[in-house]
Write a protein that binds this ligand. Structure first.
Ligand code: HEC
Length: 111
């Protein structure tokens, strides 16, 4: 019985941890339009950066909550804020982060 409890708790925990689903090949194809040559590993890095730095002052914003135009305006401002906190996001990381967010936005399943 106890065994099942731990199993249940683990499933519940992992469900909570996965706030945004892991990048897929579909998302990769979309991200390549914004950043040619981007890889799945880049997307995973950008996802981690997004979840850590962009959720550090306010709750994480859903990629689908803003239009592409809004993201293009907001991202540079927020990167400046994140860098003041020491996240060290250079131009290349910023461009990949934007490609990550826009591709996540465009491939998100409506909810
Ligand atoms: C140092 C704190 C801080 C960090 C780090 C930070 N933000 Fe923000 N963010 C704010 C504050 C304060 C506001 C509200 C005021 C404003 O819009 O400037 C905000 C607002 C926003 C908004 C809403 C703006 C609008 O006009 O709709 C979005 C979207 C956003 N942040 C995304 C991000 C992303 C993406 C990152 C990571 C690159 C990030 N934030 C990192 C402090 C932060």
């Amino acid at each position: 019985m106890k065994k099942y409890f731990y199993l249940f708790a683990a499933v519940l925990l992992s469900a909570c941890a996965a706030k945004i689903s892991a990048p897929t090949d579909v998302q990769l194809a979309e991200a390549s339009k914004y950043y040619p040559g981007i890889t799945i590993s880049d997307l995973n890095d950008s996802k981690a950066l997004y979840e850590n730095s962009c959720g550090s002052c306010h709750p994480l914003k859903k990629p689908s909550s803003r239009t592409e135009e809004q993201w293009r305006t907001i991202m540079p401002k927020m990167v400046v804020k994140a860098n003041k906190k020491g996240y060290g996001i250079d131009k290349m990381k910023e461009d990949k982060l934007l490609a990550y967010v826009l591709s996540a936005r465009n491939t998100a399943t409506p909810q």
